[in-house]
Ligand binder design. Structure first.
Ligand SMILES: [Zn+2]
Length: 294
């Protein structure tokens, strides 16, 4: 009763304060926002920076982001070069929040792309996602020691849910022969997913791990040849990325364009993909239906 009353009279979604008794937490990506809500439960109040339309690679923080981080006690980021704009945001806001780098200790897949120590899309591997969850639980426990047991219990329960999600995806892919499990996407965001679920990344229209790039004519030509050679029937667009180039490549290669995948963002409220698990299951479902059609 008390909690409901306080929440109703509270400062609303944008108000990050400790007045409601919850630890104010800001998280950059939507995946991290979901993880922070799962791990933090009722002890935290999570304010997200990125939404369903915001590509993390190219994001430009707003004044309300600066306001949120200046009030936060904990700021969680993906790390691995995905959300480096957070550095300036925290410095400009004079933030004294405890910072959690969710990728800390995670081995990155290599990339040749300049400016990256490795591929930052670590959450698409369920085991690495579990490490992110552990990093969050450790960071929240440091900021709020009395909550440690709660954070650890919540993290353990959510990690079990991630295991179940991974098992569901693996068994749903089982009937599909290996040479059909091909992925062509907007940008190179599914390397971890491919490794975890035995899928082949044939290529991406933007030939880098960032969305902040443009393919050359030669690169497009190579991709089209690859799509034809492997008889890839479907190219996937991505939520929050303009699909125009995918449409052109698909037309040139004689392939279809399929439902958008959740590469770097989650879905809108009510889409079923507003949680990380919902988004990964939606991705798997979209891939399955494309592979079945051939
Ligand atoms: Zn990305």
């Amino acid at each position: 009763m008390l909690l409901a009353g306080v929440t109703a009279c509270g400062s609303g979604d944008t108000g990050v304060s400790e007045a409601n008794g919850r630890l104010p937490v800001v998280a950059t990506t939507m995946q991290l926002q979901d993880f922070a809500r799962e791990v933090g439960g009722k002890r935290v109040r999570v304010v997200g920076i990125l939404g369903p339309e915001s590509e993390p690679h190219e994001y430009e923080p707003t004044p309300s982001d600066a306001d949120a981080v200046s009030r936060a006690r904990v700021v969680a980021q993906n790390g691995a070069g995905l959300d480096e704009w957070l550095d300036d945001l925290l410095a400009n806001a004079g933030s004294e929040a405890r910072r959690i780098d969710a990728s800390e200790g995670i081995e990155l897949l290599p990339t040749e792309d300049e400016g990256f120590a490795g591929d930052p899309h670590v959450w698409h591997d369920p085991e690495r996602a579990q490490t992110m969850v552990d990093n969050l639980a450790a960071g929240l426990s440091s900021a709020d020691p009395p909550g440690r047991a709660t954070y650890e219990r919540n993290a353990a329960a959510y990690k079990r849910a991630l295991d179940e999600m991974a098992a569901r995806i693996r068994s749903s892919f089982e009937p599909i022969p290996a040479d059909r499990r091909n992925l062509v996407t907007s940008h190179d965001a599914f390397g971890y997913f491919a490794r975890a679920y035995d899928v082949r990344v044939v290529g991406s229209v933007l030939p880098t791990i960032s969305t902040d790039s443009e393919p050359s004519g030669r690169q497009i030509g190579q991709l089209v040849a690859e799509i034809r050679a492997r008889r890839v029937g479907t190219i996937f667009t991505e939520e929050a990325v303009d699909p125009e180039l995918e449409r052109q490549v698909a037309a040139e290669a004689g392939a279809d364009v399929s439902t958008s995948l959740y590469a770097d963002v989650l879905g809108r409220p009510g889409s079923g993909a507003e949680t990380f698990i919902g988004a990964e299951l939606a991705n798997a479902k979209a891939m399955l239906s494309a592979w079945k059609e051939g």
